[in-house]
Design a protein around this ligand. Structure first.
Ligand code: AMP
Length: 561
């Protein structure tokens, strides 16, 4: 039986060594001594973000609550719960810079507690019980009671765990290596298993049980989704040969994986939780598949042949039982764009173009609430713009570009899939300063500071560096060198002559920029050689867009220039 003390002491030692190999060995030793359930609990505590259902993810006690509990703990016996504050903690916090260290510094030795160490699984169960308490005050009270039962090193470790401390050294990679080493398996086996099942705690349990990595996907065990990287501008589609992509609409809904085996059907969300209960019409449609399949797609609200805005879909989310009138008002549909498994055969390693063929052969036209997302080959660069606008006309938010030869890599965001969506709005801004870039852009003035007009003044609003190609940057570097007015360290303040159209996701108030606003995720859409600084957008326009955003409106298409 593994005790929590063993975990705490291991964590202390892991923190004290700088050798990765030694960290791996220390953690591996824990896994060697653990049962499968203990291994599961170990990972759920050390790495809750990679475990499917860690009580820590449900605890809902943030920094403030932890400090309050810690103050009560170090105040000793004469402290009243919820009463006056101990004044010793803040100074210890300042001294150590860390809550866990501050607490143990102030906590007296607790020899009697050290004599009866708590079993790891008991501690885990207790955290689970705390997480289930609906009232925050109760969760705090029970947590305090739990900490009261622990020795100093255990208090230190639990505080670290509760703080979500990565300083315990338990990165995903480190844990995977430790799990593999304890089972005498190559680290790649553990990595691959994690990719397929997306739950590190479950990987640990399996390896401790001596199960080999799953050579196959399993129905009703969701696979982490493959993701796309953003493409800053449609002009920047990589490749000399622009026909090397499959284009699909980018649906603005929620990602879902459908598992079907005859009458049994389930849908899983991006966080790999079962969500079939919220979409009975899709589950019903899935029952008509004759094959055993795993499909990947996006759920949208859909009526009379049209995709409805995301706000409509939201009415169907997060409900355990969806009321009948919402089901009726907001019918949903799953647009499937990938197939990962068909009748015992895994298709992850099959190129996308072939997976697509299999998908279309299987789903064909329409299964009522399940439809194949149409895909087209990209014919020419001019074609991209057309496809993008056609996608917007269909009520979708943009397009996806996917490499026809790409394999399905679960849980990764690579360059094999690219996404491009319509910006919230666009603004024509002028470049007022430029800086040299980094990496392959070192030597080029490629990072720009942008301004809009406020009467006769120019006020800054964004820094952006993505969206231009190498030739454009080279030409601009020349231009900005000759139009530099003043140099301020690395910053070249330049004459305001170059106007660019920026796309962005939203506008935020900001102290950094003289306009009082900052654009979030700005990207350069194009250089507006047709515009001068007198014609750029104004601060009033920015305020107007900000208000629209607050109201939840989108600027009308015609308003975007
Ligand atoms: P974003 O939410 O902007 O990061 O975009 C990524 C998301 O786009 C994915 O997680 C999917 O949920 C969604 N998506 C919509 N349409 C597609 C599609 N055709 N292929 C892949 N992902 C898509």
């Amino acid at each position: 039986m593994l005790t929590f003390r063993e975990l705490a002491e291991t964590c202390r030692r892991v923190e004290q060594t700088s050798s990765t190999n030694e960290k791996v060995e220390l953690l591996a030793e824990l896994f060697r001594r653990a049962s499968d359930r203990e291994a599961h609990a170990l990972v759920s505590l050390l790495r809750p973000q990679d475990a499917r259902d860690s009580p820590l993810s449900r605890l809902g006690l943030g920094g403030v609550a932890l400090i309050e509990v810690a103050e009560e703990l170090v105040a000793g016996d004469d402290f009243q719960l919820g009463g006056s504050r101990s004044s010793r903690l803040p100074s210890a916090l300042i001294q150590t810079g860390d809550l866990s260290d501050a607490v143990v510094q102030l906590l007296p030795e607790r020899p009697e507690r050290a004599e009866q160490p708590l079993a790891l699984l008991d501690l885990y169960r207790e955290l689970d019980r705390i997480a289930q308490q609906p009232r925050r005050a109760d969760r705090k009270r029970f947590l305090f009671a739990l900490l009261e039962r622990l020795s100093r090193v255990e208090v230190w470790c639990l505080m670290r765990i509760l703080q979500g401390e990565t300083r315990l050294g338990a990165s995903r990679g480190l844990l995977l290596r430790a799990i593999a080493r304890a089972a005498d398996s190559p680290a790649e086996d553990a990595e691959r298993t994690f990719l397929l099942i997306g739950d590190l705690a479950e990987v640990a349990a399996r390896f401790v049980r001596g199960e080999r990595s799953p050579a196959k996907l399993e129905l009703f065990r969701p696979v982490p989704f493959m993701l796309a990287s953003p493409l800053p501008s449609l002009r920047l589609v990589p490749d000399e040969d622009p026909t090397g992509w499959i284009v699909e609409d980018k649906y603005d809904g929620i990602r879902a994986q459908l598992h079907a085996d005859g009458g049994e059907v389930e849908l899983y969300s991006r966080s790999l939780h079962a969500i079939g209960g919220q979409f009975p019409e899709i589950v019903r449609a899935g029952r008509s598949f004759r094959s055993r399949v795993i499909l990947d797609g996006e759920i949208v609200a859909f009526r009379h042949g049209r995709v409805l805005p995301f706000q409509q879909l939201q009415r169907r989310l997060g409900r355990v039982g969806v009321p009948a009138h919402v089901l009726r008002d907001v019918p949903c549909r799953l647009f499937v764009f990938d197939i990962l498994h068909l009748d015992g055969a895994d298709l992850l390693e099959t190129p996308l173009a072939e997976r697509r063929q299999q998908l279309e052969a299987l789903v064909g036209g329409d299964y009522d609430a399940i439809t194949v997302a149409p895909a087209q080959w990209l014919r020419s660069r001019g074609d991209i713009e057309r496809k993008f606008h056609a996608a917007l006309d269909r009520g979708n938010e943009g397009i996806m570009l996917k490499r026809p030869e790409s394999v399905y890599t679960p849980g990764t965001r690579g360059q094999q899939w690219l996404k491009y969506k319509v910006p919230f709005a666009t603004l024509d801004c002028v470049v007022v300063a430029a800086e040299y870039g980094h990496g392959k852009r070192a030597g080029w003035l490629s990072d720009y500071l942008f301004a809009v007009r406020d009467g006769d003044r120019l006020v800054t609003i964004a820094k952006a560096y993505s969206g231009l190609n190498d030739e454009e940057i080279a030409a601009l570097t020349e231009h900005f060198r000759t139009t530099t007015i003043r140099r301020d360290g690395p910053v070249h303040w330049v004459e305001p002559t170059v106007v660019m159209e920026l796309g962005f996701e939203s506008i935020q108030p900001s102290d950094r920029h003289t306009s009082g606003f900052a654009l979030r995720f700005p990207r350069i859409l194009r250089i507006r050689i047709d515009k001068t600084v007198r014609e750029i957008d104004t601060l009033d326009r920015v305020r107007e867009l900000y208000e629209m955003q607050r109201r939840g409106d989108r600027p009308l298409a015609g308003e975007q220039h």
